[in-house]
Ligand binder design. Structure first.
Ligand code: NDP
Length: 328
């Protein structure tokens, strides 16, 4: 019989890759979607419109993270063996504007889901998509599973609560609960208000003559950027182990916004310095210590490693944006 998985955040970047990944492995996949004013679920539309998949091996259920009664009902009905909790307010910068809903959606919603699972006679294995933002201004670099939690944003603080709760439910209640402590991961499905996608889409639009300038903050800011498709593979591997544990997922490589601009604009044959305007509005406080991860545990225990280089990831994103721009 097919393994049944339930995914929150199925319409998001990671949720859509995870859905494809699990369907390829013969899973029955159930996803929680929230009501919105449009039915457009662009990252899932290729599956949603496939009659051999939708309502046969892929099922969508309406609920909201703020509606635990409905989530409880869905869990009872679906009885998943694996539960991937990927939904949340995922933007660090925005969390300063909307700290209360960030805490509700990221911290409290995770606790409520853990409580729902605690009431199940046979709780599913549980994966929480945590963030390296729990380390905030880390004292040392690279960070790993032993790095002290020290968040410096409302998002990081809410994430720290959810990650710690997940660990506590593992240790106190004996649940099979894992935290994926993820460094940034990107793809052509990344939302346009994240810097990688902002750059790749702008490069494509400037090439097509639809835009002249691109406004960015600190060009020397550096991140550890991986490919989202690799990260969902690791999340799945985490739930297939004999023992539940937490794992840092990272490439271990740092790249600056300048590197990102070099690769993206070279791909479209343009010089970024002719188009980029730096804008203090987009600046964040400087990183005291490089936000780069050490994924040795994931490599050793899960046999996981990133498959895509930073250059090929950015090429993939630029090429997809060029196609979108020329199709529009
Ligand atoms: P996205 O922002 O692409 O997806 C977020 C998902 O959460 C969407 O499906 C969204 O639904 C859903 N969601 C948001 N609010 C609610 C709500 N109230 N009720 C139900 N669903 C809701 O994030 P990613 O896929 O990139 O990331 C997945 C998770 O991993 C996130 O929690 C993120 O914080 C975490 N993470 C991601 C990293 C990254 O680099 N991508 C790094 C570290 C952690 P809708 O489509 O309707 O908006």
């Amino acid at each position: 019989m097919a393994t049944t998985a339930l995914i929150t955040g199925i319409t998001g970047q990671d949720g859509s890759y995870l859905t494809e990944f699990l369907l390829q492995r013969g899973y029955e996949v159930h996803g929680i979607v929230r009501r919105s004013s449009t039915l457009e679920r662009s990252r899932l539309s290729h599956l949603y419109t496939d009659e051999s998949v939708y309502n046969r091996r892929l099922f969508l259920h309406y609920a909201d993270l703020m509606d635990p009664t409905t989530i409880r009902r869905i869990v009872r009905r679906v009885q998943p063996q694996e539960f991937y909790h990927l939904a949340g307010q995922s933007h660090v910068g925005l969390s300063f504007e909307i700290p209360e809903s960030t805490a509700d959606l990221t911290a409290m919603a995770t606790l409520r889901i853990l409580e729902i699972l605690r009431d199940q006679p046979d709780p599913p294995r549980f994966l929480y998509a945590g963030s390296r933002e729990i380390f905030g201004t880390a004292a040392a670099s690279p960070q790993d599973e032993t790095t002290p939690v020290n968040p410096n944003s409302p998002y990081g603080c809410a994430q720290a609560f959810a990650v710690q709760m997940t660990r506590i439910y593992r240790e106190a209640h004996g649940f099979f609960c894992c935290n994926a402590i993820c460094y940034n991961h990107e793809s052509p499905r990344r939302a346009e208000n994240f810097v990688t996608r902002k750059v790749t889409l702008s490069a494509a639009r400037i090439r097509a003559g639809l835009q002249q300038t691109l406004h960015l903050g600190d060009l020397d800011a550096a991140r550890d950027w991986g490919y989202a498709g690799d990260y969902v593979d690791a999340m799945w591997r985490m739930l297939q182990q004999d023992q539940a544990d937490d794992y840092v997922l990272a490439t271990g490589e740092l790249h600056t916004i300048r590197d990102l601009l070099d690769i993206a604009f070279e791909r479209v044959g343009l010089d970024w310095s002719q188009h980029v305007v730096t804008d203090p509005k987009f600046r964040r406080p400087a990183d005291a210590c490089a936000p780069v991860g050490n994924a040795d545990r994931a490599r050793r225990v899960l046999g996981w490693k990133p498959t895509r280089s930073f250059r090929s990831l950015i090429h993939m994103m630029v090429d997809a944006d060029m196609e979108r721009v020329s199709a529009s």
